[in-house]
Design a protein around this ligand. Structure first.
Ligand SMILES: Cc1ncc(COP(=O)(O)O)c(C=O)c1O
Length: 387
């Protein structure tokens, strides 16, 4: 059939050479996915069962990333979400209903806690916070309606390492599921499924992306039942990850091993150096005995990454602690972490009463890939300026 040039803009007959092969995963963007004939059209979400039906449920780029995360985390299947916080929300929406109770450690990532207290409560879910060090003592927080228990180990900012196996055992005895935010370990240094967790999530924004330029999340489940519950919810919530971002994450993943090794080593060196400084009361790094849960880290983890916190001596005022952060030159000030640039953020726990009594004295550091001696010199000059 002859075609007008306008039609050719849409239905081109141009031919290109076949047989291209490269080392990168192609970026497949799509909302519409084509069906071979009228009878095969279906609006079902699971690409592993029914093939590709709609961009929302993944394109080959999205599923390639999902498959690789799943492989690393030893799960059954992985779903990619547009961000880590979206992964957290989706897990709550998929596995909770009105009348259920969810248990959340007080050390959890703040927006995770707020989703529970601001959104889940609105829909009739009972939300209770528990101390991160609860271990098997978590039983005292259980009610007959406890359905989901969250862990985040180590916790955000204060880095408490949790006794995940003890929490899982207590939860399973009462028929509750355990979901873990495994972002700090990059899904590598803590094998959540080997420690019997049911659901894991990561902000791929962090170590998998690795360059502070994308937002993505992952949810990995241990069995088919959870997969169906999760996928059916994602279909209706309608949150789709961008294949472009997935391709960046796939590229980031290739250098994950060397980045983690270099960052982990530098962070440990600087944490030990800071622990000996007179200005610092305490270093909260899971590999140091001064960190709550250090023995659990030694028992359950196979390495440490680049985020830790320092607590200044009580004599330092809030302006002095903030002055320390402002004085840093290589460490930049900003949220998110796990990129190649070192970062520092000062927190004030006076405004968050449930957090430990570190007040305004706590600063979280993210160690990047700069030279270790330069980072140490930067910290040293900022400490010296404290007076
Ligand atoms: C532990 C943890 N979980 C989840 C998230 C949320 O990830 P995202 O920024 O991709 O939404 C963050 C972000 O800082 C985080 O630190």
């Amino acid at each position: 059939m002859p075609k007008n040039w306008k039609t050719k803009l849409i239905h081109s007959d141009a031919k290109i050479p076949e047989g291209f092969r490269s080392l990168s995963v192609g970026v497949q963007r799509a909302s519409t996915v084509l069906f071979p004939n009228a009878a095969s059209v279906k609006d079902e979400w699971d690409p592993y069962e029914v093939g590709y039906t709609y961009g929302l449920y993944g394109t080959p780029t999205t599923l390639e990333l999902a498959g690789r995360i799943c492989e690393l985390e030893h799960g059954y299947r992985t779903l990619i979400t547009p961000g880590g916080q979206c992964a957290i929300s989706l897990i709550n929406l998929a596995f909770l209903k009105a009348g259920d109770q969810v248990l959340i450690p007080v050390s959890v990532y703040t927006p995770s806690r707020k989703f529970a207290t601001h959104v889940l409560r609105k829909f009739g879910v009972e939300v209770s916070l528990y101390p991160p060090q609860a271990g098997s003592g978590i039983t005292q927080h259980f009610r007959p309606n406890t359905r989901l228990v969250w862990c985040e180990s180590p916790g955000s900012i204060t880095l408490e390492v949790q006794d995940v196996p003890a929490i899982v055992e207590a939860s399973h005895q009462r028929g509750a599921l355990v979901a873990i935010d495994n972002t700090w370990s990059a899904g590598i240094y803590f094998d959540a499924f080997a420690h019997s967790a049911d659901i894991t999530m990561q902000a791929l924004t962090k170590y998998i992306g690795g360059h502070s330029d994308l937002l993505l999340g992952s949810i990995t489940v241990r069995d088919e039942r959870a997969w169906h519950q999760l996928g059916a919810t994602q279909q209706l919530v309608g949150c789709a990850a961008s294949p472009d971002d997935c391709s960046l994450a796939l590229r980031g993943m290739k250098s994950l091993a060397v980045r983690l090794e270099a960052i982990g080593e530098a962070a440990l060196h600087l944490a030990n150096w800071l622990a000996d400084r007179p200005e610092i009361e305490r270093v909260l790094h899971p590999a140091l005995p001064s960190c709550p849960g250090h023995d659990l880290w030694k028992r359950d983890f196979t390495g440490s990454t680049g985020v830790f916190s320092i607590v200044f001596q009580p004599k330092f005022s809030k302006p002095q602690v903030q002055g320390f952060v402002d004085k840093l030159q290589l460490f930049k000030i900003g949220y998110s972490w796990a990129g190649v640039t070192s970062l520092a953020v000062a927190y004030d726990f006076h405004s968050i009463p449930s957090r430990p009594n570190y007040g305004h004295r706590i600063v979280r550091l993210n160690i990047g890939l700069e030279d270790i001696s330069d980072l140490q010199a930067d910290l040293e000059q900022a400490l010296a300026a404290l007076g």
